[in-house]
Design a protein around this ligand. Structure first.
Ligand SMILES: Cc1cc2nc3c(=O)[nH]c(=O)nc-3n(C[C@H](O)[C@H](O)[C@H](O)COP(=O)(O)OP(=O)(O)OC[C@H]3O[C@@H](n4cnc5c(N)ncnc54)[C@H](O)[C@@H]3O)c2cc1C
Length: 314
């Protein structure tokens, strides 16, 4: 019987595991892809106290080393948690390894859900068929393929603007399509993006169709005020319009909000006693590394109190 299962090895899950290891809780961390979570989609972390423009990859390598030193924590990558069952005072966590459809399970006294979020799709015509053929949700991963090409970024928040700036290293022109007449991004980013000569804007515009058969050729947009259409020829389309939480495996087990974010109390406990949640999968205002790590630490702290008090599960 494990003390704790952590679902996800992004910043929140890694921090929870670090704290669990230091408290010698018998812990397994299941990560369906690779350690780092959304940080795998970005090149640098810029706004973490004490870190001045650190490469995300370096940060991930450092925390991996910290985890390896903790004897009571076992981290497994390429393992997806499929469901969780509450059973007579403990939990059964069902998982599948990549390439194996057979579900296995472990038993645990508590669970921390740190499954984060994934980029939202726009469901535009041709979006699915041209993903990987010009449509992308990750500038860091795909930006270098667009050297001296023209690309479009859809979105106006911090992530969209950071990624647009990153793309200017490769592309000869980056057009930002935004549905409002002003960006939502923070002031520092707004300043950087408006003074960049490679960046152009299409304000108050909605994307309505991705044009191309084998690869992206253009984006059709519609002006929200005039309803007029325009076609922007481009080689790449980068979509950054928000996130959906990765919480499908929790349905019917606990209270989620209408978008699927886990609802918790101040102690990070979900409506199911013994299951805690932290980071971007949890309903909260600020989705950042610093808040994800803070919540990971808090969730583990409350798991310890929960285990110590021998509370009833379910
Ligand atoms: C492009 C981009 C740039 C960013 N830049 C910054 C920045 O500069 N500074 C900053 O503070 N924040 C930044 N962020 C936000 C930051 O990365 C997130 O807030 C943070 O990663 C959230 O951490 P998390 O652990 O809660 O979730 P995630 O990072 O989403 O990690 C969740 C992990 O859980 C795994 N998982 C999901 N479901 C399962 C399952 N069923 N079984 C097993 N594993 C599962 C996922 O594979 C993932 O690895 C950026 C985000 C993006 C996308």
């Amino acid at each position: 019987m494990l003390d704790l299962v952590v679902v996800g090895a992004g910043p929140a899950g890694i921090t929870a595991a670090l704290y669990a290891g230091r408290s010698k809780l018998k812990t397994k961390v299941f990560e369906k892809l690779g350690v780092g979570g959304q940080l795998l989609l970005t090149e640098h972390i810029e706004n973490y106290p004490g870190i001045y423009q650190m490469k995300s990859y370096d940060w991930i390598e450092m925390v991996k080393k910290q985890l390896v030193e903790l004897k009571s924590v076992e981290l497994t990558e390429d393992v997806k948690v499929e469901s969780v069952e509450c059973k007579d005072g403990f939990f059964k966590v069902f998982y599948s390894s990549q390439g194996q459809s057979l579900k296995q399970f472990v038993e645990t006294r508590s669970v921390i859900v740190a499954s984060g979020a994934q980029p939202k799709r726009l469901n535009l015509p041709n979006e699915v068929s041209l993903t990987g053929r010009g449509v992308s949700y990750c500038a860091t991963c795909d930006g270098p393929f667009f050297k001296d090409k023209e690309v479009v970024v859809i979105g106006g928040g911090d992530t969209a603007i950071e990624e647009a700036l990153y793309l200017t290293r490769f592309a000869k022109k980056v057009t930002i399509v935004h549905r409002r007449e002003e960006l939502r991004a923070t002031a520092v980013l707004k300043e950087k993006v408006t003074s960049n000569e490679k960046i152009a804007f299409k304000w108050e515009s909605l994307p309505i169709e991705i044009i191309g058969s084998k690869k992206v050729e253009a984006l059709k947009i519609e002006n929200v005020k005039t309803a007029g259409n325009e076609v922007i020829p481009c080689d790449g389309i980068f979509i950054f319009v928000g996130f959906v939480p990765d919480t499908d495996f929790l349905k019917n087990l606990m209270d989620l909000d209408k978008e699927g974010y886990v609802l918790t109390d101040e102690e990070m406990m979900s409506s199911c006693d013994g299951i805690f949640a932290c980071g971007d999968c949890r309903k909260r205002a600020l989705k950042q590394v610093v808040t994800a790590c803070g919540e990971g630490a808090l969730a583990e702290y409350h798991v310890e109190k929960f285990l110590h008090n021998g509370a009833t599960l379910g």
